[in-house]
Ligand binder design. Structure first.
Ligand code: HEM
Length: 542
């Protein structure tokens, strides 16, 4: 009996293997250039499912770089994901532009875990996650994006400034404590607190208490748990890619996304919404703006539309879509997108500020140049003003260059991904991308490619001088993606980072100390670019 069972299992495994081998000839049968090196049954050769990533030994971006180095001379190259599912890597920047902008209507959707894993569960907390921008598809995504875009215009960001300014005083106080204690400070923890409090205040209308709570506040604890990707989460992620597993979980009513944490945030934000509606209190934070947006209560005034910028990025990001005002949108849309703001905005902005301050500590000459620019802006303040206004902050070129260089070298999100809606003939080639193919652009690798950024591994804000930018293809810079589906929170993130940096650099100088790591390595346990180690620096008052 046992021997029969073993034979059956071995036969099934052999058949699965043969089927997998056949599937991994898909691209060569279509005549596409493809890379078959490194294919492991049943994971394929997708860096996202690389064994080292799965076992949490290496960050995904490093595995992506291995694949990119082997394929970068090809405009596009095919490869395989779990169970031999086909993927296409796009390296050519003109093709990147076609996919993200010119032919956007054929590449509206993103693949992404949220679309697939737990995608059809009936569990209430999973359903909340499915309403947010990152995972919505097609016309529904267009509706929600059009509704929420006005929430993130520069006009609205000006309203966020006073929240950020007030939280940045906690940053200064924390730095002063390090000065008084004559000890180093961990940049990672410092900026995590600032980012968490900013997102909580603007996106949830609550004080997360990161700086003030004794121990970890409940908000911070639940947020941390939401982000944590333990070994079991990787396993769950992989299992749900297997045929039938999602259906099985659905049948058993098993949640995919962390239910306790989701419920915690759902309750908070619903309480805030109800309170705002009953009391008519207004704070003009993101919560109020989102409530306005779903109710179509405010019509946009001209200075608040996306047309206020003529930058290539903003022009490309325009979405030509009319939302039907009869469509039903309710408060769960606000809850869901507040959760997304927490997920999309907290870690990304915190790590950007962390890497930025770390790089400035390592290169005092760059810090000096930035300090002079900030000092000049502060000298120009009018009486009664304690901070430069929005427009002045936007026009600090060196601060801008330093942040862009940080995002280039330490991209928080390593790729931009789209799904091909209909068969698509690649311009200038005979190849046709089949409908349903996941198309990836490895932004982390493109931004470290010496053909676009000379001396790519060096932190050098001159990569963003006017001359350097003029010489370069603009689609080589992709930390926020590009096109109508690019990051909606870019202005928010940059403003938050600029305000935090101005607040600390106006008072303190950051330098390396014996505890400062020689290099900043990306964490092996996450898909994002969080630094693996604590980034200690010394602080001195100016
Ligand atoms: C430095 C900080 C940040 C970085 C590097 C970043 C990067 C990105 C990237 C690469 C994408 C995918 C773009 C694409 O597919 O073309 C994205 C999407 C998104 N981001 Fe950000 N992000 C940051 C901060 C924020 C913040 C602060 C918020 C919210 C306040 C936010 C909200 C979103 C949302 C909602 C999406 C999905 C957009 C859609 O599908 O329509 N992000 N972000």
């Amino acid at each position: 009996m046992i021997s029969e069972a073993v034979i059956l299992i071995l036969t099934l495994a052999g058949l699965c293997y043969l089927f997998f081998r056949y599937k991994t000839t898909y691209w060569s049968r279509l005549g596409f250039p493809s890379i078959t090196e490194g294919i492991v049954f049943p994971l394929g050769n997708d860096p996202t499912f690389h064994l080292d990533v799965f076992l949490q030994k290496r960050n995904t971006a490093y595995c992506m770089m291995d694949l990119y180095q082997k394929t970068k001379d090809l405009p596009f190259c095919a490869y395989y994901s779990v169970l031999g599912n086909p993927l296409l890597l796009v390296n050519d920047l003109d093709l990147v532009k076609h996919i993200l902008i010119k032919d956007f209507d054929n590449f509206v959707d993103r693949f992404g875990a949220l679309n697939v894993f737990g995608g059809d569960s009936n569990v209430f907390t999973d359903k909340i996650w499915r309403q947010q921008l990152l995972s919505l598809k097609g016309d529904l995504w267009k509706d929600v994006r059009s509704i929420f875009s006005p929430v993130f215009t520069s006009g609205k960001m000006k309203l966020m400034m006073h929240f950020m300014k007030s939280i940045s005083r906690n940053l200064q106080a924390e730095m002063q404590e390090a000065v008084d204690a004559k000890g180093p400070i961990d940049l990672k923890e410092l900026f995590a607190k600032y980012s968490m409090d900013t997102i909580a205040t603007c996106g949830f209308g609550v004080d997360a208490g990161s700086f003030t709570a004794t121990g970890e506040s409940k908000f911070v604890e639940h947020a941390r748990n939401t982000f944590a990707r333990k070994g079991i989460d990787n396993f769950k992620f992989l299992c749900s890619a297997l045929p039938g597993v999602n259906g099985f979980c659905k049948m058993l009513g098993m949640p995919f996304f962390k239910p306790e944490e989701t419920q915690f945030f759902y309750d908070i934000i619903m309480q805030v919404i109800r309170h705002r509606m009953e009391s008519k209190e207004r704070k003009n934070d993101l919560v109020d703006l989102m409530i306005d947006a779903i109710k179509f209560e405010k019509t946009l005034t001209p200075d608040e539309t996306e047309t206020d910028s003529h930058s290539q990025y903003d022009q490309d990001a325009k979405l030509d879509h009319k939302v039907k005002k009869t469509a039903q949108f309710d408060e769960t849309l606000v809850v869901s997108n507040s959760l997304l703001i927490l997920i999309a905005g907290y870690d990304t902005t915190a790590m950007t500020m962390t890497y930025c301050a770390y790089e400035l500590a390592r290169q005092p000459n760059l810090q000096d140049r930035l300090l002079s620019e900030i000092d000049e802006a502060l000298e120009g303040l009018e009486e009664g003003q304690d901070f430069p206004d929005y427009q002045v902050i936007q026009e600090l070129p060196y601060l801008d260059a330093v942040l862009q260089e940080t995002l280039r070298l330490h991209a928080p999100i390593p790729l931009v991904s789209r799904v091909c809606a209909n068969d698509y003939k690649i311009p200038g080639h005979d190849h046709v991308i089949p409908k349903g193919t996941e198309v990836n652009m490895y932004s982390y690798c493109i931004m470290r490619d010496e053909r676009h950024f000379p001396n790519p591994d060096k932190f050098d804000p001159e990569h963003f001088s006017r001359e350097a930018k003029a010489k370069r293809n603009p689609y080589a810079f992709l930390p926020f993606g590009q096109g109508p589906r690019a990051c909606i929170g870019m202005r928010f993130a940059l403003l938050e980072a600029k305000i935090g940096l101005i607040a600390i650099l106006s008072r303190f100088r950051i330098t390396t100390c014996p505890e400062t790591p020689k290099e900043a390595v990306r964490d092996h346990t996450t898909f994002l670019g969080n630094p693996r180690d604590k980034l200690w620096v010394a602080v001195t008052p100016r």
